[in-house]
Design a protein around this ligand. Structure first.
Ligand code: ASP
Ligand code: MG
Length: 418
């Protein structure tokens, strides 16, 4: 008997009708002979609504109480789905993250999974039951209820699949897979049949919302193949797995163009150019749990320099006083915050062996009048920060220029691998 973990996102279980459809699919999978563990998200916009309620009650809600509140969303879904499964004659039992033994650190609202005990899920499977686990949550080493950060049900699913040594983890959502760009912005975007863990990791890090970043890290570290697919059409979606033998001899150099409008840029202006300034700044930010992304330090003029970095827009309120304090301490000239930015990234494993991708990207942007504010790269990704108002132009132009448009027959052969 195989074992599959099936995760259903918020839109997949948004109302009673969707819930019953999902139950039917789960029951059919179980009837096919495989063991099934289900992970559910909160129904529809339930998490956003709970967050909204919290903000109406308190300007700065306590992390512990937020977690107590938000975990109810997934708990509701898990109980309702079990009811629907039982009605179909499919034996099922729901669990909270805590009951399953998903042990996390103590960082409320963005806890990390440290360990999964999973005894109760294993027992349920052994009894032939479908285990339905409330996603997005765990219990901390201090015995408090925690959540794993927005989109965290993906992480619950992949971590459970790893802990249970499942054959695969199916992530059901409202899109049919991972696309070469966001189809709402690039109508000619196409569905990618397969991506390597590394490519998906870069895409998630670059702002693709299809899978939570940490879930892909888990999948890669534990070798769990992920199948991203639709719970509306049930058609085959995008596989994300290790690249042993799967990569074709010919492949496009670029797999996708990813954008992110969830970041802001902050700059510490006129900082004295001496050892220890960056260390002090980024240590202070790290201490406050601020997730810094791209960093650029200008060359020094008259012994002073500007340090710019991007961070999630939601972290600006925390970072602002830190920059002001550090700025005063080191004698900086001021702090500047720019929320009107967008990050745009090209991702593709073929980049490793093809020179000139960055040059071509910058040329395309220049030809479309797009100014580049920051640049960062990895071996398989090139990211730039541009003005938010230029994003649409830039993404459509890059998608076409790198041969990703659906009607394009471009397919650059990879140079011989060494
Ligand atoms: N319900 C949570 C959220 O909206 C977790 C998830 O959907 O994965 O972020
Ligand atoms: Mg989600």
């Amino acid at each position: 008997m195989g074992l599959v973990v099936q995760k259903f996102g918020g839109t997949s279980v948004a109302d009673p009708d969707r819930m019953r459809r999902v139950a039917r699919h789960v029951a059919d999978t179980r009837a096919g002979g495989d063991g099934v563990v289900v992970v559910v998200s909160a129904m529809g916009k339930a998490t956003d609504n709970l967050l909204g309620l919290a903000r109406q009650v308190s300007a700065n809600p306590s992390g512990r109480e937020l977690d107590m509140l938000l975990t109810t969303g997934e708990r509701i879904s898990s109980a309702l789905l079990c009811m629907a499964l039982l009605d179909l004659g499919c034996d099922a039992v729901s669990f909270t993250g805590s009951q399953v033994g998903i042990i996390t650190d103590t960082s409320h609202t963005k806890a990390k999974i440290l360990e999964i005990k999973g005894d109760r899920v294993r027992e349920a499977i052994a009894q032939g039951k479908v285990a339905v686990v409330a996603g997005f949550q765990g219990v901390s080493t201090a015995k408090e209820v925690t959540t794993l950060g927005r989109g965290g049900s993906d992480t619950t699913a992949v971590a459970l699949a790893a802990a249970l040594r499942a054959d695969s983890c199916e992530i059901y959502t409202d899109v049919t897979g991972v696309f070469s760009a966001d189809p709402r912005m690039v109508p000619r975007a196409r569905k990618l049949p397969w991506l390597s863990f590394d490519e998906m990791l870069e895409m998630a890090g670059a702002g693709s919302k299809v899978l939570a970043l940490r879930s892909v890290e888990f999948a890669r570290n534990h070798g769990v193949p992920i199948h991203v697919r639709s719970s509306f059409t049930w058609e085959p979606g995008t596989w994300v797995s290790g690249d042993e033998g799967r990569r074709a001899m010919e492949e496009p150099i670029i797999s996708g163009v990813v954008h992110d409008v969830g970041e802001s840029k902050m700059t510490l202006l006129g900082v004295p150019d001496r050892p220890g300034v960056s260390a002090l700044l980024f240590e202070s930010l790290a201490h406050a749990n601020v997730n810094v992304d791209m960093i650029v330090q200008n060359t020094s003029v008259d012994g002073t320099t500007d340090i710019s970095f991007t961070l999630p827009a939601g972290d600006v309120a925390v970072a602002q006083p830190i920059l002001e304090r550090v700025g005063a301490e080191v004698g900086a000239k001021g702090v500047d915050t720019d929320a009107q930015i967008a990050k745009l990234s090209l991702v593709g494993a073929g980049m490793k062996t093809s020179p000139g991708v960055a040059a071509r990207m910058f040329r395309v942007l220049a030809d479309h009048g797009v100014n580049i504010e920051m640049i960062s790269t990895s071996t398989i990704r090139i990211s730039v920060v541009v003005e938010r108002s230029m994003l649409d132009t830039a993404i459509v132009a890059l998608h076409a220029a790198f041969g990703l448009d659906a009607d394009s027959d471009y397919s650059a052969p990879l140079p011989e691998r060494t």
